[in-house]
Design a protein around this ligand. Structure first.
Ligand code: SF4
Ligand code: SF4
Length: 199
């Protein structure tokens, strides 16, 4: 089957970019004046049902995140502090990005068959699908740290190992701090996770 090429030549006005500029300015002005008047009315105690645009002064101010948001992984521990992971490889098998690498070892406790000698997640490859969480039979891996900002100057720096994954803690839920609100439980970014862990 042949390909039919359709040549489209821009007209005079299109080549001046003026209609596109006017369109952009009109849109910006509409949002500006709408938000300006809504916030003005709010200051006067009126039109509280209307929601004006909000600006978060990032990074000092963090946007509240949904509790369902999948954030940086962490590995959970047993009561004795050892990893809950039994190195069953379910997460490694289900991972579509093939970014989990586990080396299993014999656990000294006969009740627990195996434990992870090595557990790496290459976050440079991870697509944050959450399949690893769903597949885990031990609730050993979670994506509830509330951490979204992590980066590295090297590819190796994006590989998080067992110790690093075990050192992370869950983000406090907003609902836990403000019990009684019907606001859907939101994560607060956890400063102890983001700064003290050196992420
Ligand atoms: S979130 Fe998805 S891509 Fe990332 S490690 Fe888990 S299964 Fe793999
Ligand atoms: S994290 Fe869960 S699914 Fe992955 S190896 Fe450990 S126990 Fe199995």
């Amino acid at each position: 089957m042949g390909i039919k090429r359709i040549e489209r030549k821009p007209g005079f006005w299109e080549r001046t970019y003026l209609p596109a500029i006017v369109k952009g300015l009109r849109l910006t002005a509409r949002h500006f004046f709408r938000n300006f008047f809504i916030h003005l009315l709010h200051q006067l105690g009126l039109a509280q049902h209307l929601r004006g645009g909000e600006t978060f002064q990032y990074p000092e101010e963090r946007r509240p995140l949904s509790s369902r948001l999948r954030t940086l992984h962490r590995l959970t521990r047993r009561e004795d502090g050892s990893p809950r992971c039994v190195a069953c490889m379910m997460c490694e098998s289900v991972c579509p990005a093939r970014c989990i690498y586990i080396v299993a070892g014999e656990h000294p406790n006969p009740q627990i068959e195996k434990y992870p000698v090595r557990f790496d997640i290459d976050l440079g490859l991870c697509v944050f699908c959450g399949f690893c969480i769903e597949a885990c039979p031990e609730d050993a891996i979670r994506m509830d740290t509330g951490i979204l900002e992590f980066s590295s100057y090297s590819r190796e720096g994006m590989v998080y190992d067992l110790d690093k994954l075990l050192s992370l803690s869950p983000a406090p839920l907003r609902s836990e701090r403000a019990a009684g609100t019907d606001d859907p439980a939101n994560f607060e970014m956890s400063p102890e996770n983001t700064s003290e862990k050196g992420l």
